[in-house]
Design a protein around this ligand. Structure first.
Ligand SMILES: Cc1cc2nc3c(=O)[nH]c(=O)nc-3n(C[C@H](O)[C@H](O)[C@H](O)COP(=O)(O)O)c2cc1C
Length: 329
């Protein structure tokens, strides 16, 4: 039934995305974005369009995450899939994973690191699991440990990066090692229908897109954050070493400039948000500041192609436009 509805809607020639026993959906995952960039409001709106809406759970308390899941479910009205993304590097990673399992979240996604524990925790539960990887080696390990899908992210992605190689290069290698055993989803720098077609034609089962959804009505970041995207160009893109231990891709801000000029020193840690922090600066405070509109004193994560997006649109329009663009791919 759902399949039929999706087919009617888009007149598509591509296959729906099906992960484990979950309902088939449009092969678009809205990437999880912390801290509080992709919340229940955005994830619910994406799921309502029969795609996969992902709450960025890192930086939320268990109670807050449960509340966001409930908001997303109300908005989605039973359509699509609501998923949660949690960063492995987060101090309370396992606690948040357990909360997702308890809440019977359909799909859990883990980025910024690789955890063996999460495979054991989700096994035999109603929560499917997909790690975000950036190499064929990690994809192979994920498959061996029981992943229900593999998300492959290239250097074009926003946020923390696990590679400096382009998505198309890594995807090819990952598709070879996974060999159709579980769905493979490509992520990083995918903006238009033509990008989606290209990734699907390579053999991927779906795409994950994040940056496009920052510039949606339903993304709850302060308008100054969205305007920062719209008012900067690709020359303002900056990759810095994050306290998490990985490079991070963001738009240059006054704060990041100070970090790079070593004008920001080590600090007394109030949050203990990471398992291991290099104390270069406080990442959680920088992300929260930007999210709330104090972009000068914060970090504005964005994918490599952010400056190609020229408008803030409702999620439904973004997805309808993409479906129109890919209907003949
Ligand atoms: C603002 C922002 C925050 C992000 N936060 C997370 C996160 O918390 N966990 C994660 O695994 N990936 C995170 N990402 C990566 C996205 O989920 C996604 O895989 C990637 O950005 C895809 O590339 P695109 O933005 O070019 O579409 C973030 C990306 C952005 C732009």
């Amino acid at each position: 039934m759902v399949l039929l509805l999706i087919k009617e809607k888009s007149n598509m020639k591509y296959n729906p995305l099906q992960i484990r026993g979950l309902k088939p959906v449009i092969p678009i995952i809205q990437g999880g974005m912390a801290v509080r960039v992709s919340t229940g409001k955005l994830a619910g709106a994406v799921a309502k369009c029969n795609a996969v809406g992902v709450i960025g759970g890192s930086g939320m308390s268990v109670e807050e995450l449960k509340e966001e899941i409930s908001i997303a479910r109300k908005i989605a009205e039973g359509k699509g899939i609501i998923a949660v993304n949690i960063m492995v590097a987060a101090h309370d990673f396992l606690e948040l994973v357990q909360a997702c399992i308890d809440e019977k979240v359909e799909l859990l996604i883990a980025g910024a690191g690789f955890s063996m524990d999460v495979f054991k925790m989700t096994k035999g539960t109603s929560t499917a699991f997909a790690p975000v990887v950036s190499s064929a080696k990690a994809a192979k390990l994920g498959l061996k440990l029981g992943a229900d899908a593999i998300i492959v992210e290239g250097k074009e992605a926003g946020g923390h990066l696990g590679t400096d190689r382009p998505i198309r290069e890594i995807l090819k290698e990952v598709l070879e090692v996974i060999d159709g055993k579980v769905p493979v989803i490509g992520a990083g720098g995918i903006l238009h229908g033509s990008d989606i077609c290209e990734i699907l034609k390579m053999g991927a089962d779906g795409v994950q897109m994040a940056t496009r959804f920052v510039l949606s009505d339903e993304c709850i970041v302060d308008d100054k954050y969205k305007q920062y995207y719209l008012n900067h160009s690709k020359e303002d893109m900056h990759v810095f070493l994050s306290p998490v231990g990985y490079p991070g891709r963001a738009i240059m801000t006054k704060f990041l400039q100070k970090v790079e000029n070593k004008q920001i020193g080590k600090f007394p840690c109030k949050h203990l948000c990471l398992k291991s922090c290099n104390r270069r600066f406080c990442i959680i405070e920088a992300l929260v500041s930007a999210q709330a509109g104090d972009v000068d004193n914060g970090i504005v994560f964005a994918g490599e192609r952010f400056s190609e997006i020229k408008d803030i649109l409702p999620v439904k329009t973004i997805i309808d436009n993409l479906l129109e663009e890919i209907k003949n791919c």
